[in-house]
Write a protein that binds this ligand. Structure first.
Ligand code: HEC
Length: 118
């Protein structure tokens, strides 16, 4: 009986394999803006695993409080394995690169983000 099940399962697996659709995802090209801030390395470690960093690049220019709540949401709600000790440095990089604390000393934000009006 056990042997028959194994044979049947193998047949099912082979047949399923024959009909499996091939899914090709486009190559991910979005990259975080480079920065000397320590949070850049952290973001490169923690922000590429679940979704495109286009999610980061296309946010409206926002405050430190917004970026903090965003990082904490990734961590607590979505289960990103971000250590608590990394949160402040991540937020610092994000708000100074994509948020309303950008200044001219950091690389220009991507074209998809409107410049900050001061
Ligand atoms: C454990 C998986 C995971 C990791 C790691 C992760 N995120 Fe997310 N992120 C999500 C999910 C899930 C969403 C919601 C997706 C949706 O609504 O389509 C999201 C959405 C976002 C958004 C869109 C706005 C929002 O709040 O929904 C931003 C911005 C964002 N993430 C930033 C980050 C940053 C910055 C990092 C690195 C610190 C990060 N994410 C790491 C899971 C993750």
């Amino acid at each position: 009986m056990k042997r028959i099940s194994v044979v049947l399962l193998s047949v099912v697996a082979v047949v399923a394999g024959l009909f499996a659709a091939e899914i090709k995802l486009p190559t991910e090209t979005a990259r975080l803006a480079e920065s000397p801030l320590p949070g850049f390395a952290l973001a490169s470690t923690y922000c590429y695993t679940c979704h495109s960093v286009d999610y980061v690049r296309t946010q409206p220019v926002s405050s430190r409080a917004y970026w903090k709540s965003s990082v904490v949401k990734m961590q607590k709600t979505f289960g990103a394995p971000i250590p608590d000790a990394a949160v402040d440095a991540l937020v610092d990089y994000l708000v100074k690169t994509y948020g309303n604390e950008r200044d001219g000393s950091l690389p220009a934000a991507p074209a998809s983000v409107a410049p900050v009006k001061k």
